[in-house]
Design a protein around this ligand. Structure first.
Ligand code: SF4
Length: 248
């Protein structure tokens, strides 16, 4: 029986630190987030919705060339021009609107000062960010953690997939439940949450793919419950149902 299950049976803290240690020992340090300034992190967090990071990099390069990587420049920019610059990320009109919503929020609430914004207590700022058009939980938490150094964990599709496969979560993915689980289980330090999120993403890309996860090579294999169908490298459940169909 795995560490997780015996800890989980205690009813509260789960041995997620072991996940962290195994991944960190193989992959770390990850040196996230790939951005030059806190504002660039925020722009990236908004633009990365529903697209790959390489597309975000192209859009950020466009914004940089046009000298538009500041809150005031984005606030003053014409919507059509802004949309054209972020076009590589897809849904570009919506994303231009989201960027404008954020900088207008920053102006009205904090006089365009990110320093002032990030001095706000974490829970209060999270609520405020979630009220901004186009900012959902994952984007809000990315902003809080990677731009503001607040102690929150960012949950993404890879987290849901890995936690679901390991029996850490059951049923429909629940963002806030997974976030609370990690935040209660690891030391509440931004560098730890930062690194753990990056490690989870890398694990999802390298081994825990949607179809045919490579458990044999994965550092987390020892934490996979003994009765897990994923110990099979066949990519199918015992029922013969393709793995991908059974996962979020
Ligand atoms: S690849 Fe297998 S061992 Fe690795 S995280 Fe996914 S389910 Fe777990």
């Amino acid at each position: 029986m795995s560490n997780f299950r015996s800890a989980h049976d205690d009813g509260n803290s789960i041995a997620l630190m072991r996940y962290y240690e195994l991944l960190s020992g193989t992959l770390g340090p990850m040196h996230w987030w790939p951005a030059k300034t806190p504002f660039e992190v925020i722009v990236g967090a908004i633009l990365t919705q529903s697209t790959s990071w390489s597309n975000v990099e192209r859009a950020i390069a466009n914004l940089r060339s046009a000298k538009m990587l500041t809150p005031s420049a984005i606030r003053k920019a014409r919507s059509r021009k802004l949309a054209a610059l972020v076009r590589p990320t897809g849904y570009f009109r919506h994303k231009a609107k989201k960027l404008k919503s954020f900088v207008n929020f920053l102006q009205s609430e904090y006089g365009s000062s990110l320093k002032r914004m990030f001095r706000t207590p974490t829970a209060e700022l999270r609520e405020k960010l979630l009220s901004v058009h186009g900012i959902g939980p994952e984007t809000a938490d990315s902003i809080l953690l990677y731009a503001g150094n607040h102690p929150v964990f960012v949950v993404d599709a890879y987290t849901h997939r890995i936690f679901g496969r390991h029996g850490l979560t059951i049923g429909k993915p629940d963002y806030d439940a997974v976030r609370a689980l990690v935040e209660a289980s690891l030391p509440a330090q931004p560098p730890i949450f930062n690194e753990f999120h990056a490690l989870i993403v890398e694990t999802g890309k390298r081994w825990c793919r949607k179809s045919a996860p490579n458990c044999e090579a994965c550092p987390l294999r020892e934490l996979l419950p003994a009765d897990s169908a994923f110990l099979s490298a066949s990519g199918t459940l015992p029922s013969g149902k393709p793995l991908a169909e059974a996962l979020p």
